[in-house]
Structure formats: structure tokens, C-alpha cells
Design a protein around this ligand. Structure first.
Ligand code: FPP
Length: 258
């Protein structure tokens, strides 16, 4: 009896989710969603678990979020997994986070391939441990012909360094005559950033109640809609993503106009 009740409850939940997905798909979904996945440490602390347990749980949420984003027809999902400042964390935590791409892709790459997801990465590759880089590069290679959702990991990414490097490259190209100062407009400058082949995010989500950008896509987020939630990343569910998109669909984007 109890089992029957539980089963019925589960079926109801998933059909409600399905209805919500269909509802959200009726209006325009954001083309590019970027997420600052915050709150893993606090999630673990609340449960008297080590911080790394929060990161592991957070990894599972990456899978769920990717699946739903793909199903909704979002074109690009950029996830802030590790910043250039995160190296300041305890060694064991950094080492653990750097193993997550191996575990995630080791487990889910076949699923990502099947679901037509294309894996990409933006960030400074040079400082990444070789095992992390290998896992990512294998995934990039094996999904390069897919044309569904682009799952873009921001790993060892920092926006100020990205902008500075772009400026240096522009100066270099100016000196060599590859580009003239008069040709340097916003579009041309964007092509020097790590996001050269991406559209700017339409929607930025940050979890855990923090309301700052933490050196994330400072140039690219100039006209994005922001959605903040108190929910900690490991608790971020399909419903939360749908809620964020519904909120986005109600916004009026004016890009400085009226
Ligand atoms: C911020 O929470 C989270 C991170 C720095 C790591 C994010 C990584 C994941 C969610 C897993 C990534 C998965 C893959 C596949 C790369 P925090 O630790 O700062 O949390 P706190 O503010 O509560 O301490």
C-alpha cells in the first residue's frame, strides 16, 4: 500500500516536472546560460561532512542541469567550476576538485555523446594537472561533431586575466599591423576573449545567496539578466532551473534603450 502510494507520488512529481518543461518551452528560452555554482562547502558543513562531499554532490547536479538545459534547447551552458583564485584553497580540496572532471567525464561521457552534447572548456590550461586536462581534451575531441548543447566548463578561469591577455594580444596585433586601432570595436575585441566563438550569456544564475560576480565573464555579462537564489548548488534542482528561466522570460531586456 505504502509502496503504491510512493510510486503514485513519484509519477505525479515527474509529470508535474514534464508539464513545467513543456510550459517553459512555449516561450523563448535563453540561448546561453552561465552559472556560478556556489554553496558546495556550506551544503557539506550543514551535514557535518567534509567540504569535498559538497563538491561531489555538486558534480551530480552538473549532470542533471546539463540534461535539462539540453532538453530545453539552450544552446550553451557555461559552468564556473574553478576560478584562477580558487588555487588559494587547501591543497586537498583543490586536488579533489581537479579530479572531478575525470570522474564526471569518465562516468558520463558516453551519455553526453549519446545526447549530442558538445564539451568545451575556457580557462588557463597550462596550470591544470595533466589528468584533468587529458579528461577534458578527450571529451572535447569525442564530442566535437555533436551539435546539441555546448557544455562549456570554466576551469581555471578568471575574467580580469582574460581581458588583460586580450588587451596584450590586441597591442601585439596592432604592432604587427594585423588590426588597426580604428578597427577595434566591441565585436573585434570580443574575438580576442576566450569566448570568441560564443554569444554573450543571456542569463546568469548564482546559487547560495551570494550576490557578486567573483571575476566571472565581466565583459560578457554586460547585458545579461541575473538570477540569484539562496539555494546551495548541491540542492539546485530541475525546478530551480525552470524557475530561473521563467523569471528570465518575464524580464524586458532593453540594452540601454527604452
Ligand atoms: C563553489 O562552492 C564551488 C566550487 C569552487 C567548485 C564547483 C565545482 C563543482 C560544482 C563540481 C564541478 C564538476 C565538474 C564536472 C567540473 P564553495 O566551495 O565556494 O561553497 P561555499 O561558498 O559554501 O564554501
Amino acid at each position: 500500500m505504502l509502496n503504491k502510494f510512493r510510486l503514485r507520488k513519484k509519477q505525479n512529481t515527474s509529470s508535474t516536472l514534464r508539464d513545467k518543461i513543456e510550459q517553459v518551452k512555449k516561450a523563448a528560452v535563453p540561448e546561453h546560460v552561465a552559472i556560478i555554482m556556489d554553496g558546495n562547502g556550506r551544503w557539506a558543513k550543514k551535514r557535518a561532512l567534509p567540504r569535498i562531499a559538497g563538491h561531489h554532490e555538486g558534480m551530480k547536479v552538473v549532470r542533471k542541469t546539463t540534461k535539462l538545459a539540453n532538453e530545453l534547447g539552450i544552446k550553451t551552458l557555461t559552468l564556473y567550476a574553478f576560478s584562477t583564485e580558487n588555487w588559494k584553497r587547501p591543497k586537498n580540496e583543490v586536488e579533489y576538485i581537479m579530479k572531478l572532471p575525470d570522474e564526471f567525464l569518465g562516468t558520463f561521457l558516453p551519455e553526453l555523446i549519446k545526447e549530442n552534447v558538445q564539451v568545451k572548456m575556457m580557462g588557463y590550461k597550462d596550470q591544470l594537472p595533466i589528468h584533468t586536462l587529458r579528461a577534458i581534451e578527450k571529451a572535447i575531441e569525442e564530442t566535437k561533431n555533436n551539435n546539441g548543447l555546448v557544455l562549456n566548463f570554466a576551469l581555471n578561469y578568471g575574467s580580469r586575466s582574460e581581458i588583460l591577455d586580450a588587451v596584450k594580444q590586441v597591442l601585439n596585433d596592432c604592432n604587427k599591423g594585423i588590426i588597426k586601432e580604428t578597427e577595434l570595436d566591441e565585436k573585434a575585441f570580443s574575438s580576442y576573449l576566450m569566448t570568441a566563438n560564443f554569444t554573450d550569456p543571456d542569463l546568469l544564475i548564482r546559487t547560495s545567496g551570494e550576490m557578486r560576480l567573483s571575476n566571472f565573464m565581466l565583459w560578457q555579462l554586460a547585458y545579461s539578466e541575473f538570477w540569484f537564489s539562496d539555494v546551495l548548488w548541491p540542492d539546485f534542482s530541475e525546478d530551480h532551473l525552470l524557475e530561473a528561466i521563467e523569471a528570465f522570460q518575464k524580464r524586458q531586456r532593453r540594452y540601454g534603450g527604452i
